[in-house]
Ligand binder design. Structure first.
Ligand code: FMN
Length: 314
């Protein structure tokens, strides 16, 4: 157990409540404080790790030391309820927002997402080192700002998933081809973050990308076993990719409820690692089912907590 007062987590969801400088605003403080009272940990949206890697123009940043003061205000507001704060760190790679003029686009490949987006540069060794360094610098800032858990986004079709995915990764160097090569960047980021902090680390993955030739559950079980060996505290199991099949990522109401829970259960059983369940958890029956039948270690909730800040308390 990571040491939360209960096993409910507010899932990372972009709010768009910052201004264009990426700082914490009064709106964030009100929004997250209202949702903190009854839950173990809050994830205040994905924090951009470089200004040119934003998903939204009004996303929260952790790219510079000048963001620490605002983030500290946010963690202080949440800590009054004995609730922890998770730093969700993400490099979007080729899925950075093409509508933001300062953005740049990097990937394992030089091909754009088929569904839209900018043409990325295929990363060379220097680009890879710089990306790793962005994660470790952001981790140091997160710790200074009082965030308590580091969540690394390795799923959902973002940069690390662009290396993991056999569909996207077309490299012929040591980062492409075999499973061992495709997971190399993720493990290098994990090692760098571990050297930067002693805080607990969790990893978000897509249990399955739900597309032909994409990341499959069997590989994610294998991957989760490696994460466990590397002392990752839990895997947060979602599905889909923001490039090809966003409804799975967002858990649109038309995707079957419980499918991602099945992925999480399989990973929990086979890799024997604590697992965070997510996706359309919006009733007391869902929570009972996950607790009694799925033996969920953690339960992450997004939209139900947006709709009703007291959903868990009730
Ligand atoms: C509007 C919106 C934005 C989201 N943004 C992100 C994101 O930036 N990163 C991420 O990992 N998940 C993101 N998610 C996915 C959520 O973390 C969560 O997995 C999803 O909403 C399913 O949980 P729910 O059914 O309880 O809402 C987003 C979801 C929504 C609805």
């Amino acid at each position: 157990m990571i040491g939360l007062k209960n096993n409910f987590i507010f899932a990372p969801i972009k709010t768009g409540y910052s201004d264009k400088t990426g700082v914490i605003t009064e709106k964030h403080l009100i929004f997250y404080e209202a949702r903190s009272k009854f839950i173990g940990a809050v994830t205040p949206e994905p924090l951009y790790i470089a200004r040119g890697l934003r998903e939204l123009p009004t996303q929260i940043g952790i790219d510079c030391d000048d963001k620490i003061e605002g983030l500290k205000k946010l963690t202080d507001a949440i800590h009054q309820f004995d609730t922890k704060v998770i730093a969700h760190l993400n490099h979007p790679g080729r899925m950075a927002n093409p509508g933001i003029p300062e953005n740049y686009f990097l990937s394992s490949t030089d091909k754009a997402c088929e569904m839209g987006g900018a043409i990325p540069k295929q990363m060379d060794k220097d680009d890879i080192q710089q990306a790793i360094s962005l994660f470790s610098k952001a981790t140091i800032r997160a710790e200074k700002a009082g965030l308590y858990i580091i969540e690394l986004q390795f799923g959902h079709g973002y940069l690390v998933a662009q290396f993991l995915s056999p569909k996207v990764n077309n490299r012929t160097d040591g980062y492409g081809g075999s499973f061992e090569n495709r997971i190399k960047l993720s493990l290098q980021i994990l090692d760098a973050v571990k050297s930067a902090t002693d805080l607990p680390i969790i990893v978000r993955i897509s249990g399955d990308e739900m597309i032909p030739d994409g990341i499959k559950l069997e590989e994610m079980i294998k991957f989760s076993k490696i994460l466990k060996e590397k002392s990752v505290e839990a895997v947060h199991v979602s599905a889909g990719t923001v490039c090809n099949i966003p409804p799975w990522y967002f858990q649109h109401m038309f995707v079957p409820k419980g499918k991602t829970w099945e992925f999480a259960r399989k990973i929990k059983q086979e890799a024997n690692i604590p697992t965070i369940y997510v996706g359309q958890i919006n009733s007391e029956d869902d929570v009972k089912n996950l607790t009694d039948n799925f033996k969920a270690d953690y339960i992450a909730i997004g939209r139900a907590l947006i709709a009703d800040p007291d959903f868990v308390g009730k």
